[in-house]
Design a protein around this ligand. Structure first.
Ligand code: PMV
Length: 329
């Protein structure tokens, strides 16, 4: 492979509504967040390829010649196993860094030397990102890779992606409870519950879908004619969905603390993503948020929604802080 030095970034994402239900063919609404994750990929004539993921403090390099023999003819679990073996990461419960590196290597090996980068290639990027998701959690719906690729606000329904034509200005507080959880086992738990109580759970999934659709309509109204009453509607939908997610069995005490603490300040929160800990989102009113969540030991980021999807950066376009982080290894 020729000398290359690529810097990519993808936006953060939050599922506003529809997590878990989306796995079962219901509607989800996902937003990109202005909290970007960077990746630097370097390879040179000495035959080394290096990966730098500064957001998760992961820097690794390999001999290209040692990667090539791992290249598969088809996508399969055998490659994932080989990569576990190659990297020395454990197969059972790999941590975030290990999963990120495994997903990277899987995609890198598979698309080796295909550094095409154009608008038309977004479909390709999305499909490879989906394979990365499969490495990380088995049977993803595809909503996460779609919003990471295209950004904006997306309605996702059974593989059909519809971007919202206008993106309203909304501020979100993203809180990481730091409680680790496995998306794979939470998705499996929901599947078991649906199997056990189909007549109880199907209406819950249907209602979550309706929450997504109602939220989408409200966001469209906000984008064209924002009114203070819209906040109350969005907040009520957040509460309804959070209760539904509890019924699906993906709540957690740390998320209850988030909801209780923010509600004490008149703000409404729900889990985002798989639940069972992980991250929650809070809809912010125009007033500044309280510092109380940080006192619970959580990490909080205030951010805007609907930012661009995956980007290729030139070194000169990076902020000083990002450039430093990418050059720090
Ligand atoms: O926990 P995350 O951020 O990977 O989100 C998972 C979202 C689910 O709906 C639970 C699964 C999926 O693939 O859509």
């Amino acid at each position: 492979m020729d000398n290359i030095d690529f810097i990519f970034s993808a936006p953060g994402k939050a599922i506003l509504h529809g997590e878990h239900a989306v796995v079962h063919g219901k509607v989800a609404l996902a937003v990109s967040l202005n909290l970007r994750t960077y990746l630097r990929l370097k390879s040179n004539s000495t035959g080394k390829v290096s990966l730098c993921l500064p957001n998760i403090h992961t820097f690794m390099s390999w001999d290209v010649s040692s990667l090539l023999p791992l290249r598969p003819s088809t996508l399969d679990a055998v490659l994932v196993q080989r990569l576990h073996h190659f990297t020395g990461f454990p197969s059972e419960m790999p941590d975030t860094c290990a999963m990120a590196v495994l997903a990277f290597l899987y995609i890198y090996i598979s698309v080796f030397a295909e550094s095409r980068w154009s608008k038309e290639e977004l479909e390709l990027i999305n499909s490879w990102a989906f394979q990365g998701e499969r490495v990380i959690h088995g049977t993803p719906s595809g909503v996460d890779n779609a919003v990471g690729t295209w950004g904006g606000i997306l309605r996702y329904h059974a593989g059909t992606i519809t971007p919202l034509s206008r993106v309203p200005v909304l501020r979100i507080l993203l809180t990481n409870t730091k409680v680790p959880r496995s998306t794979k086992s939470l998705v499996a738990g929901v599947r078991d519950k649906i199997k056990k109580f189909p007549s109880v759970m199907h209406p819950v999934l249907e209602s979550i879908s309706a929450v997504s659709v109602t939220c989408e309509l409200t966001l469209e109204e906000i984008a064209s004619d924002p009114m203070p009453e819209h906040y109350a509607v969005l907040e009520e939908l957040i509460d309804i969905n959070q209760h539904h997610l509890q019924v699906l069995g993906v709540g957690h005490a740390s998320l209850d603390t988030l909801c209780r603490t923010t509600l004490a300040h008149g703000l409404h929160s729900k889990l985002t993503g798989a639940g069972g800990g992980g991250c929650g989102i809070t809809l912010l009113r125009p007033e500044p948020p309280s510092a109380e969540l940080k006192d619970c030991g959580y990490d909080c980021w205030e951010t805007s929604i609907g930012v661009p999807g995956v980007c290729l950066h030139s070194a000169s376009s990076l902020t000083e802080e990002v450039a430093q982080a990418l050059n720090s290894n």
